[in-house]
Design a protein. Structure first.
Length: 138
């Protein structure tokens, strides 16, 4: 095989992060005074796309950065959003509110992947914020 004549394929790499607060819904209004969610819903509200009622409560803030940005860029954006309100987030975590960062990665390249800088991971670990990963190859 002549590797010099190979055509370079363009692969799709999509990356993003979301801050998610799961139950209790009582804090959604309080939290929305600090940050505007990208999406929120309460258990029992009707979901038009699923044509059924939601079976959970959730408040979500998605990264506004392009999906082509590196994972570290999305995470740095999120840390910069959380830091000014760190005391508030520490307080709700202490109260047992389930808070996590949803990390999504998808690609049509089976050898694709992403990395996360250790200092960013350290921030989330230090602040007891769970990272949840979704990795999809299509």
């Amino acid at each position: 095989m002549d590797y010099n004549n190979e055509t370079e394929e363009e692969y799709v790499f999509r990356q993003g992060v979301s801050l998610r607060i799961h139950e209790p819904p009582e804090i959604f209004e309080e939290l929305s005074k600090i940050l505007t969610p990208t999406h929120s819903h309460k258990k029992g509200e009707f979901c038009k796309t699923m044509k059924s009622k939601w079976d959970n409560d959730i408040w979500i803030l998605d990264s506004p950065l392009s999906q082509e940005c590196l994972m570290d860029e999305h995470l740095e954006w999120l840390i910069n959003i959380i830091k000014p309100h760190q005391e508030y987030f520490d307080e709700i975590i202490r109260k047992g509110v389930k808070l996590d960062v949803y990390i999504s990665y998808s690609s049509d390249c089976e050898t694709g992947g992403f990395s996360i800088n250790s200092s960013l991971l350290e921030y989330f670990c230090k602040n007891k914020i769970t990272l949840e990963f979704s990795v999809i190859f299509f």
